[in-house]
Write a new protein. Structure first.
Length: 427
């Protein structure tokens, strides 16, 4: 039975690597395992239970609804331009600065592909005009696309919080240092590589000019630029008790407040009418629907897959093996999701499956649930950030006119070092 389960597990990984639809593969594999284990209803019960987990649905859906409103009101565009205009004034830090700017924007707008598209459209031409090689310019933007680790709406944060029975902001407080250190390592690694490979524009005579750059033609509306960070600011001030009035503000409430501020800020250059209000309202609920379909969908399908592994006895065998060899726990938690993130272009499925199956037993390995869950999530994100198959990598590579593999190769050293350093920070 265990051998058959391992065979199905390997087949599932192979299918994910081959880019078959993630939710379909996880659900089908989980159902098959439950059937082989003699209890097919386990799969359907796991599906139904995870569908209605309030601790996951509320933050994930509300954050994505807010993100969609930021796009409609163009607040995200003004934030990108605001950060970019400051960045180009300090040429020596263009490469790590681009990574940090993308990271900051991805924190407020938690979509790796969306952040890559928004930031890449502006910063990649800026970097290339400064003489930085196209592949290095694309890699600089890609490096920052795991800033969503600090977002309360990232699927992993409420997922870990639900397992550990804590608040989402408590989870972020544990791993935000590792997140920030990781992007700094990634940015500095690229800067060193650019120097070694002579891809940093030295001696090229290239200068950043105003010609044909969107960044120089868009006048920043500072009211709009600040709106995307308002919900994060409210939640941080509330979680740290800095502002007592914010302590009771929930994540959905913070996102709705942010959306309202977005509408108010847009009145500086948009006429308020019935059509505009309908557009904003529709965008918020479209974002919620998109989040349930594409983010909650993976979580639900992963729950079915893990239930199948439990039904067949593979989870118990895996945990028993790790208890017998505690030295591999940290490596498995980090580099299991990391490697699948590299080969599949998505670290979400592996990290969620690991956190569903193993992280609740963290105490048996002498670890905290939040720490183990965080390293699995971060490991998957770092692996995805050096994968040529990731959507964000393909987007930035296309913008720079290079092969995604060239971008991934430049990101690899920094992401590997960041994963190793994060183990020491979190575990």
């Amino acid at each position: 039975m265990i051998i058959l389960g391992i065979a199905i597990l390997l087949a599932t990984v192979f299918a994910l690597v081959k880019q078959y639809e993630t939710k379909m593969i996880l659900f089908a594999s989980g159902l098959l395992l439950c059937i082989i284990g003699g209890n097919p209803m386990n799969a359907f019960e796991a599906f139904a239970t995870r569908m209605t987990t309030g601790g996951l649905i509320q933050p994930i859906l509300s954050v994505m609804g807010f993100a969609f409103v930021m796009k409609v009101t163009e607040c995200d565009k003004h934030l990108v331009n605001f950060l970019s205009k400051g960045l180009i004034k300090v040429r020596p830090i263009l490469i790590p600065g681009a990574a940090l700017a993308t990271f900051a924007i991805n924190t407020a707008l938690p979509s790796a592909a969306g952040a890559a598209a928004a930031v890449g459209a502006i910063l990649i031409p800026v970097l290339m005009e400064a003489g930085i090689s196209p592949a290095m310019a694309a890699a600089a933007v890609l490096t920052g696309t795991f800033g969503s680790m600090i977002s309360p709406g990232l699927s992993h944060n409420p997922f870990i919080a639900n397992i550990a029975s804590v608040e989402v902001m408590d989870v972020i407080a544990v791993h935000y240092t590792a997140d920030v250190v990781s992007v700094v390592i990634g940015g500095l690694s690229l800067a060193v590589l650019a120097f070694i490979l002579k891809e940093d524009g030295r001696g090229s005579g290239a200068e950043i000019s105003a010609a044909n750059l969107e960044i120089t033609t868009v006048k920043v509306n500072y009211l709009k630029a600040i709106v995307p960070v308002i919900p994060i600011l409210i939640l941080i001030l509330g979680a740290t008790k800095t502002v007592a009035a914010f302590a009771k503000v929930s994540i959905p409430a913070a996102m709705l407040i942010g959306a309202l501020f977005g509408v108010l800020a847009s009145l500086t250059d948009t006429k308020l009418n019935k059509q505009y209000l309908e557009k904003v309202s529709k965008a918020f609920f479209d974002g919620m629907g998109n989040a349930y379909a594409n983010i909650m969908g993976i979580i639900i399908a992963a729950a079915v897959f893990v239930k199948g592994l439990e039904t067949i006895g593979l989870i118990k065998s895996f945990i028993d093996a790790m208890i017998g060899a505690p030295g591999i726990v940290k490596i498995a938690a980090t580099f299991g999701p990391f490697l699948l993130g590299v080969v599949s272009g998505s670290g979400d499925a592996a990290a969620i499956a690991f956190n569903e199956a193993v992280t609740p037993q963290a105490a048996q390995f002498g670890l905290e649930i939040i720490n183990m869950g965080s390293i699995a999530a971060l490991g998957g994100a770092l692996g995805r950030t050096m994968s040529p198959l990731a959507g964000a990598a393909i987007i930035v590579a296309t913008m720079a006119g290079v092969n995604p593999l060239e971008v991934a190769k430049r990101n690899a050293p920094g992401m590997i070092i960041a994963a190793i350093v994060s183990i020491f920070i979190l575990l």
